[in-house]
Design a protein around this ligand. Structure first.
Ligand code: SAH
Length: 342
């Protein structure tokens, strides 16, 4: 059996044509599955009887298996999905006034080793397939009945360490007869894998890029993020500048405020100087404490002071609202408690 969720529209059309069917039926099937949440070929009434029978025989449309589900006070829903090989992954649905956003996981575990992030506690086991990426969104729509309008690839894993699958995923969710999620409603976050930033800059679909910066200088960044030893800050800043010029798009810098580490007025000044002139804005993130690590969250008063200092220095910044922290679904808290405790 072939897994439906692996196919971009071109691949599906090729598959149909190879098997003696019309390519345009691909669009019809995409609409049923991704727009209507219909996965039983019998119910796809505008395709031929022969094609329905063929799909039933040869193509798998199953949703991901829910192992566990939690709802936070603010309505954020976290799903623990069980993959075919038994691995568990987490996907989060966040409800905003502008729509429903899904935070997608890109790998089982993560090897980037950022010292503050809970996802790295379990080292990378494997990349997710295209089908597993797409099916997180399809399954969320199916189980909640909610229409998904925004995607952030900010769950467990480093998306640029699973680049080709993540890009096929974006092609599928962006397609006009699928989920139809606009490029500007899709964001990919990276800890800074420079060669992939250049590749991403040249992609046809201009989805958003977020860079996990988290430090105003090379020294602090090397202390808290292992990746900085491979791709140091000056090179990263140059790559981001180049990205904005090649793609014509604005970039987001994510900056976690860690008490006593990177959150002083002096750091705000340093950060302003570092990124001045780049078409970017800064998303300040209150740190979600992870028991094992010992980092502390900046108090809100200081977070506002840091924010004001950036603005004073002409840098656009926002202080992010936290969703789902009471169920460990907020940034950096996605982890498989069951596996960790074993
Ligand atoms: N690997 C990618 C995407 C996943 S992390 C990346 O590094 O960008 C998504 C965002 O959450 C990143 O900016 C990450 O640094 C941040 N994050 C990690 N741990 C966090 C924590 N405990 N509190 C707040 N944000 C955290």
């Amino acid at each position: 059996m072939k897994n439906f969720y692996n196919w971009t529209i071109e691949e599906l059309k090729n598959y149909l044509i190879t098997n003696g069917f019309k390519g345009f039926s691909g669009d019809q099937i995409f609409k049923w599955v991704y727009e209507q949440n219909i996965v039983d070929p019998e119910m796809m009434t505008n395709i031929s009887k022969e094609l329905r029978a063929f799909l039933k025989e040869n193509v798998l449309f199953d949703y991901l298996e829910v192992n566990h589900q939690q709802v936070a006070k603010d309505g954020t829903k976290k799903f623990l999905f069980k993959l075919d090989d038994g691995h568990l992954i987490e996907t989060v649905l966040m409800q905003y006034d502008y729509g429903n956003s899904v935070c997608v996981t890109s790998q089982v575990g993560c090897s980037m080793g950022c010292s503050f992030c809970a996802s790295g506690i379990i080292s990378k086991k494997r990349d997710l397939s295209v089908a597993e990426l797409v099916n997180q969104v399809a399954s969320i729509q199916h189980y909640t009945g909610e229409k998904v309008s925004h995607i952030v690839v900010m769950g467990t894993g480093e998306p640029f360490d699973n680049y080709d699958n993540v890009m096929d995923f974006i092609r599928i969710i962006n397609y006009k007869h699928g989920f139809q999620i606009g490029a500007r409603h899709i964001s990919v976050s990276t800890c800074g894998i420079i060669p992939k930033i250049y590749e991403y800059a040249r992609e046809v679909i201009k989805s958003n890029l977020a860079i996990s910066l988290h430090a105003p200088n090379d020294e602090i960044r090397s202390k808290i993020m292992k990746i900085n030893k491979v791709y140091p800050l000056p090179d990263l800043i140059k790559a981001v500048k180049d990205y904005t010029e090649i793609s014509g798009r604005r970039v987001t810098f994510e900056y976690i405020l860690l008490k006593g580490i990177n959150d002083s007025v002096g750091h705000a000044n340093e950060l302003s100087d570092l990124i001045r002139g780049i078409n970017a804005y800064v998303n300040l993130i209150p740190y979600n404490p992870v028991n094992e690590f010992g980092y502390k969250k900046t108090d809100m008063k200081n977070a506002h002071k840091f924010h004001e200092q950036l603005e004073k220095r002409g840098i656009n910044a926002t202080l992010r609202r936290e969703l789902g922290s009471d169920i460990d679904a907020a940034c950096g808290q996605l982890r498989l408690k069951k596996e960790v405790s074993e």
